[in-house]
Design a protein around this ligand. Sequence first.
Ligand code: ADP
Ligand code: ZN
Length: 220
Amino acid sequence: MYVVMLGAPGSGKGTTAKILASKTNLPHISTGDMFREQIKNQTELGKLADSYISKGNLVPDEVTINIVKDRLSWEDTKNGVILDGFPRTVEQAEALDKILEEQGKKIDIVPELQITDEIIIERILNRVTCSNKECGEIYNTKFKPSKIEGVCDICGAKLVSRVDDNRETIKERLKTYYQNAAGIIEYYKQKGVLCPICPEDPTAEDASEQAVKAILEQRK
Ligand code: ADP
Ligand code: ZN
């Protein structure tokens, strides 16, 4: 099963992709994670990617498409993959179809997590992160609180809010997402693989599990 996960920042897309990958035993391929890994290892690709990412820009299609193309040539992808953060442009979506077509494969389903802006804003506003850079565990004071308020369960360091997690910037980030996503959503709708997913209760602790269940039911 070849899956492309779509969803706004804060929609739970990454968490849902991870759970789906472990349930289906398929590799979770996140271009954001791949770039961060390259940056951490200070590779040439990492330096190039960082020059865009640190400015808040997208990494050029050519670079991004190439790393995905390489990843999709690995043996572990032959039964399917869960793509997360790719494609982000229509050009990437077209390139992905071409890569899969060469292998006799195609995208089977594109779940689009539909969470209202209000809930996303609420979630992000209540998000706190462990201040210990080595740990970085993410909590939510409402939906996933730490055992002791303001203290990391794992390492005991202080929990802090991100400076860009305020109502105004979140609205801006959501606007940018919808502007960019519109083309990709339309692209997959035309192909008949788009599948809107609304978790029954998006504020519940197991909202991502609910989304995974809905995705697996759609596949049948
Ligand atoms: P976020 O959820 O903050 O958008 P990601 O982890 O998905 O973060 O990606 C981090 C950064 O990596 C993005 O802001 C972008 O600069 C770059 N990136 C990730 N995926 C892509 C992609 N498919 N095309 C271009 N740039 C990408
Ligand atoms: Zn911690």
